[in-house]
Design a protein. Structure first.
Length: 334
């Protein structure tokens, strides 16, 4: 006799799936705990740590927004290697509005989010018909081009950037706003991707020719996905501008393009919550290892390889599977 491992759904998971009237507190707690517990823990952690780690958490929340925006594009079949494009345009828009016109940060951030998303969507319109690596390469090149244009023309402060930008009132306020933004984005976009509209977006990724045969203008849907993703990424850039009181060429750095991809790889692609979880692992870890200097990169890269090779599905998929199913060994005939 040979044995194999089989996965079986937990009884409570089956009973509470798609049931709108739950029959026990245990089932309600089973459904609510994974949703409420992370929110409560992060809020308690953010309010309980010092100012330095609050700033790290603010940065983490912004990278989480970037990772969610990357995953929205990926679920539509557009793999971006240049989320720094959205991030940088949003950052510069907020910086210019505040530096030159003195507009309040609470107004510049939503304006920068919409303006950045609109400008980047228009810039990428001509390449929406490209597939695979060709679209990805264009998104990678554009932020580098903008960097060189700013350096050559010396607009918006050139290589010196714009400083003296007004900040939000206090680190705790920054954390609370970033906390609300990231969970509102997660909840809202998970609802969107779970709707019929989200089904169309995912279908474009799976088989765009079949969707086109059904009479759907896939390029119009791609533009919408590009804009929605751009709003999140541009908002993150605008928020970071006011958090650091500065905006300059570093906002187009490769870090803002690579970190969302690494977060999605570690957390689990296609879930929105997975890339967010990956950000909350990688960003604080990178900050914690800062004192190690160059060795930090080696440790960081090794951990990424371990996660990618040892757990290719991502941490979120693994945790979700363990929560919904249990495994057991069963005997099978020869």
């Amino acid at each position: 006799m040979t044995r194999r491992k089989e996965r079986i759904a937990r009884g409570i998971a089956v009973r509470s799936e798609d049931i709108f009237v739950l029959v026990s507190w245990r089932e309600m707690l089973y459904l609510a705990a994974p949703r409420i517990l992370p929110v409560v823990l992060l809020l308690a952690l953010g309010l309980g740590v010092g100012e330095y780690w609050q700033r790290v958490l603010v940065q983490t929340c912004m990278f989480a927004l970037l990772a969610i925006s990357w995953d929205v594009l990926a679920q539509t079949g557009m793999v971006s290697l240049g989320q720094a494009l959205f991030f940088g345009v949003g950052a510069y828009t907020a910086g210019v509005l505040n530096h030159y016109y003195g507009i309040n940060p609470l107004i510049t951030m939503p304006i920068a989010a919409l303006t950045g998303a609109l400008l980047c969507s228009v810039a990428l319109l001509p390449v929406l018909r490209l597939r695979g690596i060709y679209f990805s390469m264009v998104t990678l090149i554009l932020p580098m081009m903008i960097e060189r244009v700013i350096e050559a023309t010396k607009i918006f402060g050139g290589t010196e950037g714009l400083s003296g930008i007004k900040s939000l009132p206090g680190t705790s306020v920054e954390f609370l706003i970033s906390f609300v933004l990231v969970f509102a984005a997660l909840f809202g976009f998970r609802r969107i991707m779970a709707s019929d509209y989200g089904l169309v977006l995912r279908s474009i990724r799976d088989n765009d020719r079949a969707v086109m045969a059904g009479g759907v203008n896939i390029y119009w849907y791609k533009v919408q996905a590009l804009f929605l993703s751009g709003v999140l990424a541009s908002l993150a850039g605008a928020f970071m501008t006011h958090a650091y009181n500065f905006v300059g060429m570093p906002v187009f750095a490769l870090d803002y393009s690579i970190m969302p991809i690494a977060s999605a790889a570690v957390g689990g692609m296609g879930t929105l919550a997975g890339p967010m979880l990956g950000s909350f692992i990688l960003v604080p870890l990178s900050e914690y290892l800062r004192d190690l200097g160059g060795l930090r990169t080696v440790i960081y890269a090794a951990l990424l390889v371990i996660f990618t090779v040892g757990l290719p599905e991502g941490i979120f998929h693994f945790i979700r599977r363990k929560y919904l199913q249990f495994e057991r060994w069963t005997e099978v005939g020869e």
